[in-house]
Every structure is written in C-alpha cells, then in structure tokens.
Design a protein around this ligand. Sequence first.
Ligand SMILES: [Cu+2]
Length: 612
Amino acid sequence: MAVRMALVVLVPQQRRLQLAILWVLLVFCSVLAIARPLESDIVHSGSGLQPASEPLQKLASISSQGGTLSTQLDFVQGTFQAPCHNITTRMYRHNNVASVPGPTLRLKRGDLLDLTLFNTLPKGAEGQLNHFRLPNTTNFHTHGLHVSSRAPADDVLSIQIKEGEQFHYQTRLPGYHAPGIFWYHPHQHGSTALQVGGGAAGAIVVEEDASDQIPADIAALEKELVMFNEWNLEKMKAISTASNDQIWKVESNGTCLPQEEAWFASNSFITANGQYQPYLAMEKGQWKRLQLINAAFMQWLSIPAPQNCEFQLLAKDGIFLKELPRQVDRLILPGGGRVDLAVRCSRAGERALISKSEANDDTTFMGTGTLMYLDVKDSEKPPQPELKSFKYAMPCYLPDLTQVEASRLTKAEFRLQDNEDTKWFAINDTTFNPEQPVYKSDMETVQEWTLVNADYHSFHLHVSPFQLPETVSTTGNYFQIGDWHDTLFIPYLPEEAENSIKVRFQPERYTGNYVMHCHILPHEDQGMMAYAQFAGEEGKSSLCPDAASDWPVWKIAAVAAGAVVGTILVVSVTGGVIYCTPLGAWLLLKAKSLLPKKLPETRPLLPKASDK
Ligand SMILES: [Cu+2]
C-alpha cells in the first residue's frame, strides 16, 4: 500500500520538519503494529497508523418501504476509535450497531419518517439556559427538510428526550419535496455542540425519481455519500467540563508515537464516514458523483478542486441548481452545509481533497488539512464527455423570488452577535429565549431577511430554505443569484455589503416556529439562537396546490369515502338512465295505448231526428 504524506498537509508549517523525521519512524512502527481484536462497542475510524490506507466505507442505510420509514434509533454511549485515541462519547445505534456517523435514512418524497428515538444515557447534569448544559438530554432535528416544526415532527423547542425516555417522531415529507442530501443530529439547546461534536449525526437522503428528469449522463453516475465529522479534543473537553458531563473521555490507544499523539490531542481533524483520510477509488477521465455533508460542530471547509480534477456543481443544501452543472474552483461548506457535485480527474495519481485557505482568507473557524483522497487509476475506458447542461424544474415551494416587486416583500434584519470575552452570544441583542419569538409574521408575503455577520457566523433556518436575491461573493462562482441554501456562510463579502447578506423565502404550508441559529454549535448553545413565528392556516399553501399529500389518515379516509359514494351515485344514475331508457320508452308507449282514444273530428254527427 502506498505510503501517503497525509500528515504533512495537516500540520502547521513550523512543525513540518519535526514531523518529517517522525514520519520515517512512523512507517517503521506501522510495520510492527499489531492488529487488535475488535470490541463490540467500539467504533473504528481506521487504523490511525497508515492514514489513507483504507478505502472509503459506504454508510449503512435504512430505506422506506411502502411510503413509510419505520425504525428505532438508540442514543447511546460508545467508543470511537480516532487516530491515536479512543474517545468515549455519544452516538446513534441501530439494530445493536453503534456507529459514527449513524445510519443513513433514505426516504422518497411524500414518505413518513416514523422514528422512535430512545435515549439510553444515564442521568446527567442540568444547568442554566444559554450555558453548556443537559449533556444527556437529546432530541432529533432533520436538518434541511421542508417539514413541520410541530411535534411529533421537527420540533426542537418543546421535544426533550430525557435520560431513559423515548419519543415517537412522525415526520411527513410533502409530496413535492426536493430530492437531495440532508442530515439529522441532536438539537437540545445547551448540548448540541457536545453531542454533534462527539459524533452523533447521520445522513438523510431524499431520493430522486423520474419526475426530476435528471439527464441520463448525471443520473447514471455512481454516488458517493460522505459525512465529515470534526474532532477537536481540547474544545470538546472544555465543553464537557462546562456541562458537568461524565461521559466524554479521551484515552491513548497506544498505537502512536508521543509526538503524534500530542498533535492529535491538540489540533482539530476531520474524519470522512468515520475514517481518517480514507481514499476513494476513481478512474482517469471518468465522472464520479460526490455528495458531501459537513457535520462539523464548528468548522467550515474551503475545498479547492485538486490539480487536474474538475468540480461540476449540481446541488447545494439538498437543492439542485436551477441551471446545472456549474463548474466551480472551490467548495464552501459551513458546518451543516451539503454539496452534491460531479468530479472528474484528467490524470492518474493520488489527489487530496483538502480544506485550505485562499490568500487573504479570514480563516477563523476554518478546517485545514486533508479530508480524504481521490485515488485516480489509469483507465482503458475512453474519457467520458462533458456533462450536458440542463434546467431543473424547481419544486413548487422554491419559486424564483429574485424579481419579486417591493410591495410583496416583508423585510426584517437578523444580527448574529457575540462577545467571546464575556461569553455573550445573541441574535438581535437577545440571547435565546424559548418563551418569546424574535419575530412574527404571516404566510402571505415574501420574507426578505438581511443577515448581519453571516460572513463570520453561519446562519441556519429550520423549515424553509432561502434564496440569494443578489450577488454576494467577491470571488469564485460558488454563490450566485438565485441559489438556495438552508445554512449560509459567505466568507468573501464585498466591502460595500457591510457584512450583510440578503435572503428571501416564502413560508408555505407550515405555520408555527421557524428556528434560526448560528451553526457554529457552541455559539448556538450559548445563546445565538431564536425563532420566528408564522401565523396562518396550517396546511394551506399559496405555492403548492397539492398540499393535501400530507393530510392525516382520517382526512384522507373521509375524502376517499366521499369519492367512493360520489362514484356510486354517478354510476347508478348514469346506469339507471342507460338501462331504463328502453323500458321507459316501452312503458310510455304502453301507457299511451291505454289512454282513452280521442275521437276523430271527422266522426259523423248523430243522425238528426228529421233524418229518420
Ligand atoms: Cu456563530
């Protein structure tokens, strides 16, 4: 197996010489490394000693059957084997298999997610609002799905699953939901960072179908779903301590040299599908479709196309571009963000997918280092042609709002604010207040929100994605007018934008609370979260006429019964007319024959007496 220089890319420049020497020792040691027996509750991230020596593993998945995905997930304590360390943390378990990431949930539009989440954790600490707290309380957020925020669906404000308790979620996707890549994770305010940063997350895929009319060349591409998890052992230790948490624990697994162990203990690193720097086998000149989820609890990723490879963007945050594909030089993925792209490399060799800064980047909260490798092999096959460009028919709830006249707009401003020194994190001067919406509006108008400081924080809105109505980036074309996102962070705003980004969306069908927060999760837990409240008629949609697709069973039954009775009536009346017409005609004739005959006018008069 090829020796890979992965660590060199990950390591700050001043330590590279030191690490180069260390690398030689490391290769020697790796030969001597003894494979250890697997333990049932241990989740492995790869060998740790030979980064990139393992192929990227496919994530286990659970698919819906007959319109329903009915399953149980357990929220458990488990051990994740990271490079050099075993980490005792929280994760999802399905069918007795605990894993980081959790199993992928595969749904079709219109399906019901019927999920029981059982919290097996022992009693944990409580704590104060807007501080790290409730380490062992959890709940379930379906990030990016256009679904109801009311219990038993995606309600992160009122659903709390305490230790030893369970909750039965029922989340219905509308029949017109966008197909794409979404994800799930805990969203208990106060312990979101601890739980997500500890590996509790999994992918959700809403499958494409024939109605999406994806051109054959793209539809035929093999998909590789990849979830990136961020590990920051120092930060997590601090959050765990602040939460009075008893579970998070990091121990040496005895496979690394002291310097290497120290590096992993004090620097953040990324795993891909739970593996450290795995490789994805590719063929020269052949397309591959990558579906990337950044499940990092803090970091955004800035991923340039590797040399001799091209990126063709298809979708962001689970929503196809209106016109695709779009060639981009760099992907910008905030924590929570997803990207769906086609990749092709023109030369064989090992290409690292790296997160690294462009010149003059503000690299605060940016992940740096190798995420995974594209292992491009020579191929006998002729190179595949360019992907055909096409226009995607957007789902009804995502109409183009870029040209909406001013009179239809309801405007609001949301400022993401923090003071790291005083540990103050807020939206519009207010730390999270579960009792009070930060904003109220109706379902009738188009919302135009100005997000202030979304070039530093990362703005996520529940229930509805939002569209970019104006040019927002000074570099690259990753962000364009008309694009849709549910998690927005734009690192390169033009100066005249004054740190502000406008977004638009039209709420439809789902009234109630739309949670908004910074997706740098420690910021969220400490107060940078709020919710807007939309009033109107639940289930009514001004955009999507077939909003009936998620009616409750009784309503569907009533309509079906009405239809059956109506049909019977129509058939009987029609049948009656058809069958009874000859009979009726005969009866009419018969009746007519029975009527007393009218005497003919020509009947001779009675003979006059004089005639006798
Ligand atoms: Cu933030």
